[in-house]
Design a protein around this ligand. Structure first.
Ligand code: FAD
Length: 440
């Protein structure tokens, strides 16, 4: 085997939140397909375990391994772009912020994105990363072809015409089918978004939830437990010209106010949990009206430095308001010390075999706990509510599910397992988390 291009000296890896760590025998950043197939082949021959790890923005243990960790960072950038059809092929390790800038230069954009842009395209699609929009599906639904190196050592090209089932499996596979080296995306012409943030009474948001979701291309809201206030965020397409914020404005709003002061307050609340309801009520009071117009990718992405742990579930769309009411009642009756908001988004159904929104328009509810603070009792209590709606977990976020509890919630579970058996018969692309959620 050739010498690895890059071996992290300490061979230790941790996720963004800092709560998932591992010590791989080798972290390999292959320089190209030859080195990648050789490394995967050698791992398969010795019965090893491999994961592809990207930006580490998953809260679950999806990317952990004690054996071989592949970093696909050298497979990055735009490979081919057809401006007339909007089809763009990019390296699997491309970071979303780089992708967005490249697309912008081509006069193109992703139709929908999540709320940060530091993940890679492969990491984002592999866990079913989504934004918000009643009629818009998640990011993997924008994928029309995938190139990957599978556990049987083959380089495969999957597309909707020749290999439809395999593509539907690989769009969201939590790294279990192989290492993605390229992704072809269906992009749209570049567009501007008008974002309006408005505080509202939570009861009004819940009573008008479906109208708000239908009337805005991208609707979401945040609410702080112990308040009855929500911060609604509406993003709509506009023909108005972009008016980007100055560096100073961005710094003041994102770094100092949102993240800096928020971090200090949360750190304080971690030391004095009894202060949390007061802190939450204060956060409810300082939510303010704001608006801006800018290129879509700059309006989608937020700057996040406050570290936390998160659990998020996709529920049937219509169950969203009722489930959220139950979550709030539980937090308040159990006095859980939660100083971070709950996020509520909507997503259209899609057909990826393991999509949390598989053939089901969904409401996504996400709960967060500040880093270093106990999250398990809170998340597990809330998870029981999500279970009662046949909720499907975001694969990149905390959950306590097993293959046995998940299989009945995914109508195409067996079809996915057949593709997994074909592409990775010895399950080398596995780890503790994958074995738990997908089975041995
Ligand atoms: C601050 C923050 C904000 C977030 N916002 C959102 C949001 O708005 N919406 C949302 O849905 N999620 C969100 N997430 C979750 C995040 O988008 C997902 O967890 C995503 O998978 C992270 O991508 P990554 O590049 O960091 O991949 P990693 O976390 O490193 O890996 C994720 C999975 O992808 C697999 N993978 C990575 N690269 C490859 C490859 N080349 N080939 C095959 N498999 C691969 C890994 O094996 C693993 O299973 C957020 C996370 C954070 C920390």
């Amino acid at each position: 085997m050739k010498k690895p291009t890059k071996k992290h000296s300490a061979n230790s890896w941790s996720n963004w939140a800092g709560a998932q760590t591992c010590h791989p025998d080798l972290i390999l950043r292959p320089s190209g397909l030859g080195e990648l197939t050789e490394a995967v082949g050698a791992a398969a021959a010795r019965g090893g375990q491999v994961t592809a790890a990207a930006s580490g923005h998953s809260f679950s243990g999806a990317a952990l391994t004690e054996d071989l960790m592949i970093d696909a960072g050298n497979f990055s950038g735009v490979i081919e772009a057809d401006r007339s059809s909007g089809l763009v092929k990019v390296g699997g390790g491309t970071v979303l912020s780089d992708l967005n800038r490249e697309l912008d230069r081509l006069g193109l954009a992703m139709p929908n994105l999540g709320d940060i842009d530091t993940q890679t395209i492969s990491g984002a699609i592999s866990t079913g990363t989504h934004g918000t929009g009643a009629d818009l599906p998640n990011i993997p639904a924008q994928v029309v072809a995938i190139d990957l190196v599978t556990g049987d050592g083959q380089i495969r090209h999957l597309d909707a015409e020749a290999t439809p089932d395999e593509l539907r499996a690989a769009r969201i596979a939590i790294g279990s089918l192989g290492v993605i080296t390229a992704v072809t995306l269906q992009t749209v012409p570049a567009f501007n978004l008008h974002r309006v943030d408005s505080p509202m009474e939570l009861d009004d948001v819940l009573a008008n939830f479906h109208e708000l979701a239908a009337d805005n291309t991208h609707f979401e809201f945040f609410l702080f437990p112990y308040t009855r206030k929500a911060l609604t965020i509406r993003r709509n397409r506009t023909s108005r010209p972009a008016a980007p914020r100055s560096r100073f404005e961005s710094y003041l709003s994102d770094v100092v106010l949102e993240n800096g002061i928020g971090d200090i307050a949360l750190r304080w609340s971690g030391r004095v949990p009894a202060s949390i309801p007061k802190l939450a009520r204060f956060s409810g009071l300082v939510m303010s009206q704001a608006e801006r117009v800018d290129a879509s990718h700059r309006v989608f992405a937020n700057y996040r430095t406050i570290r936390f742990n998160e659990m998020e579930y996709a529920l049937p769309r219509e169950a969203g308001p009722e489930a959220l009411g139950r979550v709030l009642d539980l937090i308040e009756s159990e006095r859980f010390p939660i100083g971070m908001p709950i996020e509520c988004r909507v997503v259209a159904g899609d057909d990826a075999l393991l999509s949390p929104a598989y053939e089901r328009p969904s409401t996504y509810l996400a709960v967060h706990q500040y880093r270093g603070m106990e999250f398990a009792p809170y998340f597990e209590a809330i998870e029981e509510i999500f279970d009662s709606y046949d909720g499907r977990p975001h694969w990149g976020k905390r959950n306590t599910q097993t293959a046995a509890t998940l299989a009945p919630r995914y109508p195409e579970w067996e079809r996915f397992q057949k593709v997994r058996q074909k592409f990775d018969p010895n399950h080398i692309f596995s780890n503790e988390y994958i074995r738990k959620i997908l089975g041995d």
